[in-house]
Design a protein around this ligand. Structure first.
Ligand SMILES: Cc1ncc(COP(=O)(O)O)c(C=O)c1O
Length: 393
């Protein structure tokens, strides 16, 4: 029986998998079991920032695994402490960190923290969370309720009742929802699954002002856009606003599962012993991989370089758009988080790219999503652009 039949037999089939079996990865390339090589423009959905087998990440993983693979969070662990210190350095202003395992879990924790802030203030009736149309915050019951996309929510009605939907980049839709019960607003400064939609600076500033005015906790979900992908460590740094809580995951662990919510001054001391926890959260091997990943990004200037690489990609894409104005509707994004919106659905195009040796995906129906590893070079960008043009021809 082949792997496709085996998967169908043994798995709860929630993933529409691509019919290839990957044998191994090497830098920006993946190889399948038939010996085909693919240039990777998806990075395991924004995870593998340094490619598939960066020697320094592997070395850090092996070194830590030889010391201990897991400890209870009852004990102190050097890799966790070092990673927390690094994240706080990037977040600034004496923030504090809680480690989890996945993006959804980080957002869950952030929502709990926001609610606890009001419980501590004696305002128990403040528990509502405003999220945005076309956002994506995860698949758990609470984060799903904040994820305002019908396809994800429709089979789970009633959703958790305390979540409300506003329109992205439309501050009046947020104002209309504000009442005495709103505790938090959760926003992706760049929506990923929603089709690479960038929040206007004016909108984010207005959100911050609203939150200041009504003492609402602003949560920035940087799970896809953070960790340097857009050319800044956190994508909200393109503005001068600061959230009260920021969530990160995906590229944080260099491929191993780890996430964090980082709390700024207003909420950083709200949780106390026993308020939150996770058996695996902040796994020391994942934390070691994370430190190595950030070290390499710093040493090689990869975060800043993402700006230039992104510009190269966008320039090339714009040239193609001028040639094929009836195919490409819009090109948008920051750094190496780019969406190419087509006039038609893009799922067939993903197959065409794969046949020509490029892996990427299609999101929101008609947006080709580009999330290449930070280690791509100009030659990879040119290869991608040539193939894209070939396909459009
Ligand atoms: C912005 C954003 N938030 C949250 C999540 C959920 O992360 P996870 O799948 O690790 O739970 C994702 C995953 O795609 C995401 O893109």
């Amino acid at each position: 029986m082949d792997f496709i039949e085996l998967e169908e037999r043994y798995f709860i089939n929630t993933y529409k998998r691509i019919p290839i079996m990957i044998e191994r990865g090497e830098g920006v390339y993946l190889y399948d079991t038939n010996g085909n090589r693919y240039l990777d423009f998806l990075s395991g959905i924004a995870v593998m920032a340094l490619g598939y087998n960066h020697p320094e990440v592997i070395e850090a993983i092996v070194k830590q695994a030889k010391r201990y693979i897991h400890l209870s969070n009852y004990y102190y662990m050097e890799p966790q402490i070092e990673l927390a210190e690094k994240l706080v350095m990037y977040a600034n202003e004496g923030a504090k960190v809680f480690f989890g395992n996945s993006g959804s879990e980080a957002n869950e924790g952030a929502i709990k923290l926001a609610r606890k802030y009001f419980v501590k203030k004696g305002e128990k009736e403040r528990y509502k969370v405003i999220g945005f149309k076309n956002s994506f915050h995860g698949r758990t019951i609470a984060t799903l309720a904040a994820t305002w996309q019908e396809k994800y929510q429709k089979d789970y009605i009633p959703l958790m009742p305390s979540f409300k939907e506003a329109l992205f980049n439309d501050i009046s839709s947020v104002e209309a929802l504000i009442d005495d019960e709103v505790a938090a607003i959760i926003v992706e400064p760049i929506q990923g699954e929603g089709g690479i939609q960038v929040a206007d600076e004016k909108f984010l500033k207005a959100l911050r002002e609203l939150c200041n005015k009504y003492d609402i906790i602003l949560i920035a979900d940087e799970i896809q856009a953070g960790m340097g992908r857009t050319g800044k460590f956190f994508s909200y740094e393109y503005t001068d606003i600061k959230p009260d809580i920021v969530t990160v995951a995906k590229a944080l662990g260099g491929g191993l599962p780890i996430s964090a919510f980082i709390a700024f001054s207003k909420v950083k001391d709200v949780f106390t012993y026993g308020d939150h926890g996770s058996t695996f959260g902040g796994n020391p091997v994942a934390a070691a991989a994370s430190i190595a990943t950030i070290d390499v990004m710093e040493k090689e200037g990869l975060i800043e370089a993402n700006i230039e690489k992104g510009e190269l990609l966008i320039k090339g894409l714009q040239r193609i758009k001028e040639k094929y104005p009836k195919k490409i509707k819009d090109i948008r994004g920051k750094g190496l988080m780019i969406g190419v919106e087509l006039y038609e659905e893009c799922k067939d195009m993903v197959g065409a790219f794969r046949e020509k040796g490029i892996l990427l995906n299609c999101t929101h129906g008609n947006v080709i999503r580009l999330l290449p590893p930070y280690i791509i070079e100009e030659e990879h960008i040119n290869t991608f652009l040539n193939i894209f043009e070939d396909i459009l021809k």
